[in-house]
Design a protein. Sequence first.
Lengths: 362, 385
Amino acid sequence: MEPPATWLSVFGFTFDPFEHLDSTKDAHLQEYLVIPPAVQNTLLDQSVAVFAQPGGGKSALRIYTANFYKDSRGVRFPVTYVPEDYSTQSNFHFNGIKRSLARAAFMYLASYPDLFFDLSSEYKKQLKGLLLDLPFGLDFNLSLLTESRFLSDLEAVLGTSAFSSLPALDRAHHQLARELAKESPSKSLALEDCFALLKDAFGAKSIHILIDGLDGFIETQSPESLLAWIEPLLNVLENWQNKNIYLKFFLPLDISDAPALTNSRYLRAASLTWDDHLLAEVVRRRVFVASRGAFDSLDAISAPDVRSVELTLAHQLGEKDKLPRQMIIKCRNLLAKAVKSKKEWITSEDLFDGESLYAAAI
Amino acid sequence: MLQPYKIFNSAEFIDRDSEFERVGAFQKEKSRGVIIFEGERGSGKTTFLFELYRRLHEQHELRPFLISLFPHSAPEFASNKNIWLNSERQFQKSDVPDVLNHLAHYLEVEVIETDDRDFQKDYFARGLAYRASKTIPILLVDAIYECPDETRLEIEKYILVPLLASERVFIILSGRGKYPIWSRPELQNAEIWKLEPLERAFIREQLVKLKELGKLQRDLSEFDAIVELSSGNPLIARVLADSKKPLLDGLSEAIDVMIKDVLPSWISDEEKLEIRSQVEKLALVDIPFRNIDVEEYLYGNDPERRRKTDRVFNILKASHLMVYEGKGHHLNQSLVDPIRKWLKLQGRADKYLEQLRAVSLRLQKEYPTVKGWYERMLPHNFTTA
């Protein structure tokens, strides 16, 4: 049940903080994502495996982490690798990572086009060689550079975000497209040479490969198969760590006790789990951002005898449902109920009678 | 022309030794980090940050850079290259490229050249992120909470975040009221250090220094009263000391400065008076309050009382004089204490207390499950003159 648009202003919100269940569509994620202490080391220079059940916040954390690295302007260079399928071909992962790397490198050049002009001829050739692996082909992407108006157009097509906030694509981008088109590519680079190129040509000090989208694997195959499938990546952890290249796995909870993941010297394992206080914080942060800092609790828009709304909602969730997604659904329903009652605040009836509505929604 | 309390003079500075020591220890123990000094209105955050900058500037291994977001003056820093200070106007979003340019030069950052002026800001920011870490930059930004959101976001995005990409960097900020919405974890999880009111002895020392510098008209015999009325707030002490009015009127003037100086510019003089009056009333409420708790107390049976209360609350929050924390709104304690003293001495508290008592009783009756909470609405240990 969608509440009427005016409810936002009635409650003092500038946007609906409970609109998105899909974090990839949430423009405010960076402002209000709650990162449980157990997984805060995801952002550090090390390889990690983060486990969570569906709806537990893996993709949100992955996007947050990628944005965190992008904020460093590529000093810590993020590459998001979401396997296109679950093929068992040899080198499947490494070819996939190389395509992801090409996409990230292209976006980096689009973010700082003038950087390319000062590079040595050898780096230019190598970059062109790398960019031949771009999805849809290099020619298509170069046409994007000349025909698009904004970086956001490229972001939408390539599915990866920019490193800068250049106001528009301008003549530097056109020149970049021309020079890349003219350049002759080096012979196909090995993946390790591509990593070296990012460091040498762009100045990246570390590279972070974020691996997500594996929940679907578990739906059709056993946890053991998933472990076997990612094994080639586990085998390179040590070698890559020595080169400041780190893998961040976002994995289903089903394999969280696998020794290959928990006993590795080169991989920190952590589970993304939630208790009532963390779930309450999920809501408070969203309320704070949506009210532009005016208040940080639904208590502020509740009747005088209603207190600790967030904790009450978290308590009401069953043990298996103690997840951000379920908490957001509960908040949606609570506000819908309050709006329906035509009062300007949340009453205790709304809070305690919300159970049936919630059950219907899930 | 700037008021005397907006002109920094290190010779007038007093105390805060423990804060300086804490900053020094933090720098020695860690290679990087963000510290935010939070303090209430008039607690001396700006003066402290300017003095901290002055001291850091004397350490050769450090590269401090100060950005002052509100009009202040510091004649002794006039020749410094590592400062952005304007005595005429507030810092604006459009000043960011200029600051980046200064900062890049000061930190000897290599920046990619571009023919597109609009791109330069992003290249400066990239340059900061890739800065070779020969020296340790320390960026100080005063009043970051209080500046408009669009300015703060621009500073965060183009200055703070790129600097934080370095391995060795310190960022020291100050702010009043509720922390803003940060997007970077180092800022979200910054060290928050409170700048507490000064001890009475230091307020007295402040007055003595001003007297020695010939900046004070007040007689020594009034010092004890000023110390008492200031409640440890150096701004109130300073305004009281500068005022030529009798002390009680001087206190009212200081309260005016505390409130009206920070109200948004679009507020009319008439509404400023209205805000002052409602702040006086709110200063007597002893519990964190919500709009619905106090609307009747503020506006009686006025049918527009909800809207009017919302407006007052919005203005006070926009001015960072009031925050929502825990169970409700809190007025800056640095306003509450002097206002209560002033109301008591003026004999104006009785009427307000009577209204507050009536509202408290009604709420207790209407919401019996939280009766104990509303019983505590009236100020504890407050006796009228």
